[in-house]
Design a binder for this molecule. Structure first.
Ligand code: DGJ
Length: 724
């Protein structure tokens, strides 16, 4: 039976048909994209490497996998294009939604061009009837990470209102389970796992920032997948505004991941000739979550802007002094910090304008003469004399009603024309899409960076963007705000080479690969309780490598939970990130300072390994025992952490497997001081828990494992592993 719709479509007059297929391969991953005639390209396979495939082999693969036309179905086999269209029998979430005065809501794109290289491909498509052009670009990086995005262009003669543009990839039916994160202030990155059932599993961010509740990576996998086992396919939308990510499984048996920006009503209206591009949507495949995360880490580390100089031990004074800025006290903290090995000193909120608490002042980025009568100079100079870099907190995208800036420029609020949105932390949002507002921020912040020789900005963002309208037009403005923020960061970095920026947003509410293209660190959470941080860092590591995740040692009692933790647990947790301190060290006892000093020394000794190695996790059967390791890329050494995050049901930890080493090498495993103290219930010592340790092969450590000490909850021990 010949079905018309299956016949290749003729190319529009004046164009020539362009054909794939395209096979991008790298790092053990294959991405095969093909097209039927001139119809929209579609991903045939994204997953484990399929080896060399010539065009004929890809055609056979496609033929072998093509389904049937079924009863009471459209008369063509469903094709899931990279921007899914209903004109190809797909009946799920469309990739493109929009209209032109109520028309042109549906499309049927035809390929008119294809540029392909070894690691990328880009298709140009057109739909003259709808008056639209579409570009689709996909890239693969050396480590196997894939990213793709689309651009839609209004080729018609009237405005086109764009509602949605998503890029999609199928995933195999074997992916029967979903994992995604959620969270709230002080508890980011809580995992949620459940069956991948039929229907649309949609996550959306409508808070104008990446958000505490970001899934971070939307993962589907073979049921039961873990860190080291089971195929997983993960998607991340690299965008710091509103976002959409969905996993969908339909009645035809098609399963997919799709993602893009969430557009507010009327936010994108394309005039004739204008275009809109989605954020990059990253795709990472892995045999286990560790391999999926490793591809993100490898990509981030391969970028030219990735910070390579040693990540400095950072003292942030927020939890030490909050808004109580007294020069003497801040100087005293600086002295103690420097004497104990701190390398960067960050002055947090409260140094500017009328900002003596969180009620006023945001927007006035001039040093407060009340709090700092002699300017920041006396502090900055002493910090530098002590051999530390100086960092400063800013929150550029915000403006408070009680500020000089707001009194001068009420038109700069990102707000509906005739009223302000509900305040949050008593603040409103500054509309960076006003060129004069961006210019003001650039001049003000640039002047501070220049005057004080600031090495580092902690760039905060402490509220959701609700009712985000441009004034006076009243049009929705998250898209523009996000781009303008990126542009401001880029401009400041270009004007001040070497300037580092930390992405902070009420803690960890702006963690994504969009902001990470122009920042050097993310603040994981406002919660520095080490127990909470174990989960927060474990979740964050799905996307971000440890050197980019700020992790601080707080005071003995955590300010946000009231829990009391040992220095070992606090510092051992911070060790697996970009190590810092957020504790008034002038109040620490000599014994505490001595112990902290040992951890700082260990961090400095280990950071070349910790900040370049592969992050691995054990799939330990006891949910109370978390095994995290960092293994040198060449397999020569590793550090593992065994954290007891709750009490266990069983009396002792049992055997722990150490993943990620070279199977055929022999290793000496030793307790690593100061993480070698194993406080716990009365028990006999482990035979090997001694300075000489034990020697085993990587294979034995991976498969048979070894005993680690049974310890109290909220404690950890460290192991050092070296190739013999
Ligand atoms: C939220 C941040 O996450 C904190 O670390 C601190 O900088 C405060 N804002 C300051 O207002």
């Amino acid at each position: 039976m010949v079905i018309d719709a299956l016949a290749p479509q003729p190319a529009p007059a004046g164009t020539s048909p362009a054909h794939g297929p395209v096979h991008l391969r790298a790092g053990g991953v294959s991405l095969v994209i093909t097209q039927t005639g001139t119809r929209m390209p579609r991903i045939v396979h994204w997953g484990a490497d399929l080896g060399e495939l010539d065009d004929a082999a890809i055609a056979e693969l496609d033929r072998a996998r093509t389904g049937q036309v079924m009863t009471n179905q459209p008369d063509m086999v469903v094709e899931l294009g990279v921007v899914p269209e209903h004109s190809s029998a797909w009946a799920g979430t469309p990739g493109l939604a929009g209209h032109r005065g109520g028309r042109d809501f549906t499309s049927r794109f035809t390929v008119v061009g294809l540029d392909a290289g070894d690691d990328h491909a880009s298709w140009q498509m057109t739909d003259p009837d709808a008056g639209l052009g579409l570009d689709y670009t996909v890239q693969i990086f050396a480590g196997g990470l894939v990213r793709h995005r689309a651009t839609v262009r209004n080729t018609g003669s009237t405005d086109f209102d764009l509602a949605d543009l998503l890029v999609a990839t199928p995933v195999p039916a074997e992916a029967g389970e979903i994992l995604h994160l959620t969270g709230r202030h002080l508890r980011e990155r809580s995992p949620q796992r459940h069956e991948f059932t039929r229907g649309t599993h949609l996550r959306e961010g409508r808070r104008g920032r990446t958000g505490m509740e970001t899934p971070l990576v939307h993962v589907v996998g073979v049921p039961g997948f873990g860190f080291r086992r089971g195929e997983v396919w993960g998607q991340h939308v690299a965008w710091s505004g509103n976002w959409r990510t969905l996993a969908e499984r339909d009645a035809e048996g098609v399963s997919l991941l799709a993602g893009g920006e969430l557009l507010l009503s009327g936010e994108i209206r394309l005039a004739p000739g204008e275009e809109y591009t989605t954020p990059w949507v990253y795709l990472s495949y892995g045999e286990g979550l560790d391999q999926m995360a490793d591809r993100f880490h490898a990509y981030l580390r391969s970028r030219p802007q990735h910070p390579t100089r040693p990540r400095p031990v950072t003292m942030n004074v927020w939890e030490a002094v909050y808004f109580d800025h007294q020069l003497d006290r801040l100087l005293e903290i600086a002295e103690v910090a420097a004497a104990n090995g701190v390398e960067r000193y960050v002055l947090d909120d409260g140094w500017f304008g009328s900002r003596r608490n969180d009620h006023a002042g945001l927007g006035d980025w001039q040093v407060s003469p009340d709090a700092w009568p002699d300017g920041l100079g006396p502090l900055v100079e002493r910090v530098k004399e002590l051999g530390m870099e100086f960092g400063l907190w800013v929150e550029p995208e915000m403006m408070q009603q009680d500020s000089e800036l707001a009194r001068r420029h009420p038109d700069w609020f990102l707000a509906p024309p005739h009223r302000l949105p509900i305040e949050s932390r008593r603040q409103q949002v500054l509309d960076l899409a006003h060129p004069e507002a961006s210019e003001y921020l650039f001049e003000a912040i640039s002047a501070l960076v220049g005057e004080y020789g600031i090495a580092y900005l902690k760039w905060d963002h402490n509220r959701d963007l609700v009712e985000p309208a441009h004034r006076p037009s009243g049009r929705a403005g998250i898209h523009e705000q996000t781009l303008a923020t990126y542009a401001l960061m880029d401009r400041l970095k270009a004007a001040h080479p070497g300037l580092e920026i930390e992405s902070c947003s009420s803690g960890g509410a702006r963690v994504d690969l969009g902001v990470l293209e122009r920042t050097d660190r993310i603040w994981g959470s406002d919660c520095i309780d080490a127990l909470e941080r174990q989960q927060i860092q474990r979740g964050t590591a799905m996307l971000v490598p440890p050197e980019l995740v700020g992790s601080h040692v707080g005071s003995d009692v955590a300010h946000t939970t009231g829990r009391r933790h040992s220095i070992g647990f606090r510092a051992g947790t911070a060790l697996f990130g970009h190590f810092g301190i957020e504790w008034d060290l002038t109040k620490a006892s000599p014994a505490e300072l001595a112990e902290l000093g040992e951890w700082i020394a260990l961090y400095k000794q280990l950071r070349p390994l910790l900040h370049t190695g592969r992050v691995v996790h054990g799939d330990h059967p006891d949910p109370a025992v978390w095994v995290t390791g960092i293994v040198a890329q060449d397999g020569s050494r590793a550090v593992y952490q065994m954290a007891q995050v709750a009490t266990s049901v069983q009396t002792q930890v049992g055997v722990v497997r150490l993943p990620g080493l070279d199977d055929d090498a022999r290793y000496r495993v030793r307790p690593l001081a100061p993480g070698d103290i194993a406080p716990g219930p009365w028990h006999t010592p482990l035979p090997w828990w001694a300075p000489e340790g034990v020697e085993l092969s990587g294979r034995a450590l991976r498969i048979a494992g070894l005993r680690t000490p049974t310890i109290y909850p909220d404690r950890l021990v460290l192991l050092e592993v070296e190739r013999v």
